[in-house]
Design a protein around this ligand. Structure first.
Ligand code: F6P
Length: 327
């Protein structure tokens, strides 16, 4: 067991994700069980820099497991990316006698955590909290399951109106540079196709597929577009397709930040709870500079460097299957 861990701080950073509150709750309650004092940092690294640190008791995290967003608020801190910002952050942790930190966030959060861990000696454990599911070292990130269900439900509703009007819809989902949200929501809603960054698409190949569907008198089309794909956003793609293929009236729906909110699914709450609890055990075990994740239902640790740099390729067989079934 690591000596001297008595006071820990927890914060959320980057884009919020449903389930972050469940993770905060688990950190606070697990730490309290181990007789540690827990502090919550408001607004991620920005709050760390500016000393927005306050004690969190077990009762402060009651009635939050089901709530989207984050009670600690979040930010994408530009200041923490500077040497001076990180120095101020360190001083503020020292001023509050913090012996270890739990950072809940995604790529940007762990990039900051990696640099900070290389410069300063306060142990840091990362919990993967992002709807994008784009981190190496965990099968799923907190928030992904809720986001794909939100995207799927939205696409289901669009399907009704698409069918009624015999229209072709391009539905744009989030995911930054990764196609996980698009792939899973496309499979879940039985979309006619998907455009994801991991696969090379051309407008021509897309039009060819749509023509095949039209030949079979397919009444409507539903294409899920990952925001990060190189062909452009749904609006741009829809315009290009409509210019070459006008069998359907073409429409666009961008789901946007709806995917970031809402009550977390049970899977996200369980994942967040296991990782939150595990992060405290990790600090007590002397872990540092690692992200905690679940692979094949087992807790694993991955260095921040690997978590952000190694990438998590989408299984080719799943892509192939989605394409076969969409025809
Ligand atoms: O990383 C989560 C995410 O929702 C991405 O899917 C999206 O590209 C981005 O954040 C949007 O960020 P913001 O809320 O800052 O516009």
């Amino acid at each position: 067991m690591a000596k001297g861990i008595k006071r820990i701080a927890v914060f959320t950073s980057g884009g919020d994700a449903p389930g972050m509150n469940a993770a905060i709750r688990a950190v606070v309650r697990a730490a309290t069980y181990h007789n540690l004092h827990v502090y919550g940092i408001q607004r991620g690294y920005d709050g760390m820099i500016h000393g927005q640190i306050a004690r969190l008791e077990t009762s402060d995290v009651g009635n939050i497991i089901h709530r989207g967003g984050t009670i600690l608020k979040t930010a994408r801190s530009k200041e923490f990316m500077t040497v001076e910002g990180r120095r101020l952050a360190y001083e503020s942790l020292v001023a509050n006698d913090i012996d270890g930190c739990v950072a809940i966030g995604g790529n940007g959060t762990f990039t900051g955590a990696k640099i900070f861990s290389e410069e300063y000696d306060i142990p840091m454990i990362g919990i993967p909290g992002t709807i994008d599911n784009d981190l190496y070292g965990t099968d799923f990130t907190i928030g992904f399951d809720t986001a794909i269900n939100t995207a799927m439900e939205a696409a289901d509703k669009i399907r009704d109106t698409a069918d009624s009007h015999n229209r072709l819809f391009f539905v744009e989902v989030m995911g930054r540079h990764a196609g996980y949200i698009a792939l899973h929501s496309a499979i879940g809603c039985g979309a006619s196709g998907m455009i994801i960054p991991e696969v090379n698409f051309t407008i021509e190949s897309l039009v060819k597929t749509l023509k095949q569907g039209a030949k079979r008198k397919k009444p409507f089309g539903l294409i899920i577009v990952a925001e990060g794909n190189p062909l452009g956003g749904a609006t741009e793609i829809a315009k290009k397709v409509q210019a070459k293929f006008d069998y359907y009236d073409t429409k666009v729906a961008i789901i946007g930040h709806l995917q970031r909110g809402g009550s977390p699914t049970c899977s996200d709450r369980v994942l967040a709870t296991r990782l939150g609890h595990g992060s405290v055990e990790a600090l007590l075990d002397g872990q540092n500079n690692v992200m905690i994740g679940l692979i094949n239902n087992k807790i694993v640790y991955t260095t921040f460097a690997d978590a952000i740099e190694k990438g998590k390729p989408i299984d080719e067989d799943v892509i192939k299957m989605a394409n076969i079934l969409a025809l």
